[in-house]
Ligand binder design. Structure first.
Ligand code: BTN
Length: 289
């Protein structure tokens, strides 16, 4: 049974015997296909599909607070109040992207919560290579780039229980057939299809991404995950700018630490350790050095 509630909500925990209007929209997710293609994945159960929602992260957080199990996947065709990092807006026009949130309950110290960012970034890069044949890289801390342009963003939100994580909501927005105009973003943006030069099936991409998340998930606290994430960072050993409310600091990104911090050697000779959320990172041309 498909529940066609307000906003086009379909609870895919139910067996599908009636197709919603959404199912017949060409290019949109077809609910039975979604169930079929994601079958067997532990981190895609239960599945919620929305035709339109404010933010999948908001909705997944509400369900996580109410005790939703690890693996709950919330997928939306369109978000009307999608959120990015640092309070930014994340645009998801209908049927053009992957916009989803996953509830996780990892046994992880709060101090290592950046590992979830590494997990999501790495899995997204690997899925893009597998399903779209494009080379993907990461801009610290959690932007996914193809040919130097942002294609996906990651929003991890956590709730703590003492020093440990109680739950995390791992949200990914991946532009597949549309990207925001230059005036809408601070960093150049692109979409998968523009870079792949061909149509890319969103469901194939979603399946690949969830499978890579699931493959890396047991290694969340391991050196191997950190090493693979680090190897994909674009700005290491390059001149960068750290922008924050306190101003702009110029330096060179020298490394990252296993907890996700960026290590920067400033032009004034200081070594700084910065955490995601504290600064915005920008490349500087070498000649500005
Ligand atoms: C960023 O680059 O600033 C992060 C963007 C994260 C967007 C995704 S789309 C699915 C999930 N729901 C949201 O409201 N945000 C995340």
């Amino acid at each position: 049974m498909v529940n066609g509630c307000g906003g086009g909500f379909i609870n895919l925990r139910c067996r599908t015997s009636v197709r919603s209007k959404l199912d017949y929209n060409r290019g949109m997710f077809h609910a039975p296909d979604l169930v079929h293609r994601l079958a067997g994945l532990r981190l895609a159960h239960p599945i919620y599909l929305y035709q339109q929602i404010g933010s999948t992260n908001d909705q997944a957080r509400q369900l996580a607070e109410a005790g939703a199990p690890e693996g709950l996947l919330m997928v939306a065709e369109e978000q009307t109040a999608g959120r990015g990092r640092s309070g930014r807006v994340w645009l998801t026009p209908p049927g053009t992207a992957l916009a989803f949130s996953l509830v996780l309950r990892p046994a992880l110290p709060a101090a290592l919560s950046a590992r979830l960012t590494m997990l999501a970034g790495l899995a997204t890069c690997e899925a893009l290579e597998q399903a779209a044949d494009v080379k993907a890289a990461l801009k610290w801390p959690n932007d996914v780039l193809i040919n130097g342009r942002k294609t996906a963003g990651i929003l991890i939100e956590t709730a703590l229980s003492g020093e440990q994580l109680n739950y995390a909501v791992l949200g990914i927005g991946l532009n597949v057939s549309w990207s925001p105009a230059p005036h809408e973003v601070e960093f150049p943006a692109t979409c998968v299809q523009a870079e792949a030069g061909r149509e890319v099936d969103r469901l194939t991409l979603l399946r690949a991404l969830l499978a890579r998340l699931e493959a890396w998930y047991p290694a969340l606290a391991d050196e191997a995950l950190f090493t693979a994430w680090r190897a994909r960072l674009t700005m290491l050993n390059q001149p960068v700018e750290l922008r924050s409310e306190a101003g702009v600091v110029a330096g060179r990104a020298v490394d990252v630490a296993p907890d996700g911090a960026l290590i920067v050697q400033t032009d004034s000779g200081e070594t700084r350790r910065v955490l995601a959320g504290e600064v915005h990172l920008r490349a500087r041309s070498a000649s500005a050095n």
